[in-house]
Design a protein around this ligand. Sequence first.
Ligand code: ARG
Ligand code: GLU
Length: 699
Amino acid sequence: MIKFLKLALLFLSISVSAQQGGMWIPSLLNGMNEQDMTALGSKLTAEDIYSINKSSLKDAIGHFNGGCTSEVISSKGLLLTNHHCGFGQIQSHSSLENDYLKDGFWAKNLSEELPNKGLFVQFIVRIDDVTTSVLSGVNDAMTEKQKQSIIDRNSASVQKAVKREAWQETKVKSFFKGNQYFLFVTETYNDIRLVGAPPSSIGKFGSDTDNWVFPRHTGDFSLFRIYADKNNRPAEYSKDNVPYTPKHFLPVSLDGIAEDDFTMVFGFPGRTNEYLPAVAVAQITQKVNPSNIRIREAALKVMDAAMKKDDKIRIQYASKQARIANYWKKWIGENQGIEKSNAIAKKKAFETEFRKKVIEKGLGDKYGSILSDFDRLYNAYEQFAVGRSNFLEIFYRNNELMRMMMFLNDLEYSAQQGTAQFEKARTSLKGRMQGIYKNYNVEVDKDIFKALMPLYTSEKIDADKIYATDYVDANKGLKMLDGSMTEVIERINNDDTYLFLKGKMEYFNSRLNPQFMEIGERIAAVQKKYMTALMEVMPSDRYYPDANSTLRVTYGKVKGYSPRDAVYYNPVSYLDGVIEKYVPGDYEFDVPQRLIDLYKAKDYGQYADSNGKVPVCFIGTNHTTGGNSGSPAIDAHGNLIGLNFDRVWEGTMSDMNYDPEICRNIMVDVRYVLFIIDKYAGAKHLIDEMKLVHPKKNK
Ligand code: ARG
Ligand code: GLU
């Protein structure tokens, strides 16, 4: 008995100490990661997750349009991702008559599935460590530029040498700040069709008020299908293409989750910065974020008011507003989390420890100046980092006329490089301008301009004059780009609005940007050295590479958390919460009548939890970031249990400082996805395509 207790205790201590946090490289899970996962309850082997000899989980995971993640969930190439990842496509098929954003969209059969120009999904065929080849010939006596040129050359030859099929692509990516390199062989599918999307009142329920927070009740999913040619290979859109047969697809679990269950999230996280010095975290949260937040706040106020007044503007601005609001709110939460977790003081204490160890180990000559170099460089960097970021917010991200003028400025620059460059730039420019004109609204844009200028300069600027330009009109604006190179360049230089922006760009190009780049490069060199030093000076710590849009595995548990004193969030939310939040007619919290009816009738089919309620969302300790949207949440056996789409507010600081106490990712429970497809939309044929499993009941 005592012996048994001891064993149980031992097991408990192993499972408690298993690392949570970290975005791991799927081809390197053997060993410690596999042990961690097992300790957390996983039954999967490293080979089940990533293998080049047999089909494995990784074959079901696709990089969705370069920015999100998606997963194959049927033998016929059915693809699941977030509603907000497919939002642009859903919007572009929408009009006032066929408003798929508002009403949802469900293809009844293959022939109704809608093609999407430009949309692509990329799979990873293999990942190889090519560090030795890439760094061969590089030595410490070289300048960063010399090193980079050898690295570029080596990367090119590594890519040439790898065995691949004719339709596959290759790329080499840097990890650990240039301390390690991996080669990726990929396969990209370009015929991706829209299959289904819930109405925004489900897929975007709670909109900005609920964005980045828990308790959450959003059914943030949409469905696509991958099409391939007759040989199952990537092909441009053709009506002759057929549904793709995947190497692997995820079975879908109907058994649900409970607190402390193992979860793994498999996807393409975009960018994190876990190894920043305290001085950088302070600069980002105390200088860069606050001024950017102010700028977006001013722009959003204008957009929100216009969208509420007019349905046409609501559709025109839906995508743009969501994009602007998303990071506005994220930065606020990030600042709160850094504050709440005392991250800067903790980083400083850690740096003191690091400094001590450097001296103890006699590495002062090599690494002794790193921290003071950071201090000096970040000090010099501040005005340029803040200035440049604010400039781009004001003239590029939040105002469309100014963005078009920036495009024209690029065009003028390309003209200096000759007609060939100019022609290429003109073609791409026309596409980008058309993209803006498609949803352009002069009045709203002008009001945004008026709201933002005072945040840039105290100089009085006459918005009426700026908006008198022909470029506010799609037909005239595009026509101005016709004619010979000389004509076009002369014409744009006769436009006062263009000249206004050009004046601002001169300052940006001659001062802000070059200084930012130059100091930034020096910081990157120190950051690289810091990474090397950390691994050498504190070798027993666990290191994982920052996210860089490559495929990663993160794992943890289903877990509640305490955001504030005396408040505890259960890890699972239910349909009852949707009804609690319901505000009839509200643009964020309206609920479709059909969903209310299903709730009242308790018509839940096989999708309710053991307590009789339909689960909607749940949270876990998986370390995720932007790009992990649409990533599958996978159970201990490799089945789909949920769909990642967000993080809790204070936890968004995990991009700089992961803390298992308050960092949680938010997932839609897959049973809610199935419930909406089946019971709400009546698209049972899609459920029939999937492989539904009962891993817990069959145990
Ligand atoms: N916060 C999530 C992410 O970063 C969801 C964003 C979409 N939703 C929204 N209300 N803007 O992408
Ligand atoms: N919503 C984010 C995305 O689009 C994922 C949430 C996060 O940043 O953690 O990738």
